[in-house]
Design a protein around this ligand. Structure first.
Ligand code: AMP
Length: 289
């Protein structure tokens, strides 16, 4: 496994892999790797000939400076994790390498805005987040010309934003969604879980349980408003949890599902909550037939 710190070295190397006619799999991450990331890497390893993992805590997608500062970072452990999973190359640039013009708009720079799907929920509660995500992923696609790129359903709205960017802007890459990996108690794996206190960690699976309640309600034939209420009721039983949103949405557009909509097919129940100063998101896919 080789570690690259600069765009020029990464590009030069990927050109060699392409010269050998290897298909290239890309797994973008912010590090603090866990088995959720591991699932993306394993899938990439199975499906492509040359696997590149990127590790970059992207400053432009954080809307709160404290979240950026407290984000866990441990490159040595992450590199060992990648090596164990048979990754071929890790690209881990610093912020100066990715944003040579600086981060504070001293010099105006181009960015990618994905209209519509970016506007609600995560886009509303984290202003600028999806512009940061779409822009850095577009840059990574231009640095590593991958055939396939792997994204987790854990961040379902992010996945929808990237899918729309790739479709609308004709990026020649196939986006591969990978199902959410959970802890045995249901909590979705996340780098931010490290920041939960032992008490908060015990409470955190309530988010998944609330999503399950809402899903059960939908499967039992309830309309989306009743299902939303069932999910919110489950969360209200936990005074330590502050809810930002819980909604039933269209998985591609992230627009709310109309209550009286019959035969809508696949939907996603999405939620964001705070436990102390840690923000957790999770979601569940459900089919309405
Ligand atoms: P992050 O490092 O949090 O930016 O995540 C990098 C990639 O890993 C994203 O595509 C995430 O959706 C994915 N990911 C993070 N946690 C999980 C999980 N628990 N299950 C599946 N994919 C995940």
């Amino acid at each position: 496994m080789i570690l690259f710190r600069t765009i020029a070295e990464m590009r030069e190397h990927i050109a060699l892999a392409r010269g050998h006619r290897l298909t290239i799999g890309l797994v973008p991450t912010m590090g603090a790797l866990h088995e959720g990331h591991g699932a993306l890497m394993r899938r990439a390893r199975e499906e492509t000939g040359y696997v590149v993992v990127t590790i970059f805590v992207n400053p432009t997608q954080f809307n709160r400076p404290d979240d950026f500062e407290k984000y866990p970072r441990d490159l040595a452990t992450d590199l060992a994790f990648c090596e164990r999973l048979g990754v071929d190359a890790v690209f881990s640039p610093d912020a100066k390498e990715m944003y040579p013009a600086g981060l504070h708009q001293e010099t105006p720079v181009a960015s990618v805005e994905v209209a519509g799907v970016s506007s609600r929920l995560e886009g509303e509660f984290r202003p600028g987040h999806f512009r940061g995500v779409a822009t850095v992923v577009a840059k990574l696609f231009n640095i590593v010309p991958a055939d396939r790129a792997y994204f987790g359903e854990k961040d379902a709205q992010q996945l929808a934003v990237i899918q729309k960017m790739v479709t609308d802007l004709n990026f020649p890459v196939t986006i591969v969604p990978v199902p959410t990996v959970r802890e045995p108690d249901g909590l979705a794996m996340s780098s931010r879980n490290q920041r939960l206190t032992p008490d908060q960690r015990r409470i955190a699976p309530a988010l998944y349980k609330a999503l399950c309640e809402a899903a059960k309600s939908i499967r039992g034939g309830d309309d989306t408003a009743s299902a939303t209420r069932a999910g919110l009721r489950a969360l209200a039983a936990m005074p330590e949890i502050r809810v930002e949103y819980l909604e039933v949405v269209d998985p591609a557009t992230f627009q709310p599902i109309a209550q009286d909509d019959q035969n809508i097919g696949d939907v996603r129940i999405v939620a964001a909550v705070w436990l102390g100063d840690v923000r957790l998101i999770d979601n569940l896919p459900v089919s309405i037939r």
